[in-house]
Design a protein around this ligand. Structure first.
Ligand SMILES: [Zn+2]
Length: 168
């Protein structure tokens, strides 16, 4: 299995954060993901649910699709997936199906997390594919970009409500 130094882990998590930034620019929930093999990024993805109106177009799914295409292989053996927020149940399932052996995520997702918070699909011994999981890389940045997004969203909703009242 690939061994990364702390510096390398932070480098790739910053790349995942750049992907999250792309979601943010499109007013999507900002989650980004990269998949790394032999020191190179073979797949990138960001949440594009609103833009494409596709329920399952999470960052991890987009990155897995791209990596599958680049590798010409559905199995992403010897790769490592970096994602800013803990994968949901669907994405945790997809990581197993793609045979990705290692996952690093930035911040936990207490509401929807499928990799430790609500469920622990990646390390469930009943499933035949087990994934090595590490958390907390650039946690503050990964969580911060989400908190900013939701705060701005609430403010926007309040402003809309206020504007609607003034026009009554
Ligand atoms: Zn997901």
């Amino acid at each position: 299995m690939a061994e990364f130094t702390q510096e390398e882990k932070e480098f790739f998590m910053r790349e995942a954060l750049k992907e999250a930034q792309k979601s943010l620019e499109k007013e999507e929930i900002p989650i980004g993901c990269v998949i790394v093999k032999d020191g190179e990024i073979i797949g990138r993805g960001h949440n594009a649910r609103e833009e494409q109106q596709k329920a399952i177009l999470h960052a991890e799914i987009m990155a897995i699709n791209e990596a599958n295409e680049n590798e010409g292989n559905w199995r992403l053996l010897d790769s490592m997936l970096f994602v800013t927020i803990e994968p949901c149940v669907m994405c945790s399932g997809a990581i197993g199906l793609a045979r990705i052996p290692q996952v690093i995520y930035g911040a936990a997702n207490q509401k929807f997390g499928g990799a430790g918070s609500l469920y622990d699909i990646l390390t469930d011994i009943r499933l035949n594919h087990r994934v090595e999981v590490e958390t907390g890389i650039l946690e503050a940045e990964c969580a911060g970009i989400m908190q900013d997004f939701f705060r701005k969203n609430r403010e926007k909703k309040k402003a809309v409500k206020r504007a609607a009242k003034e026009h009554c």
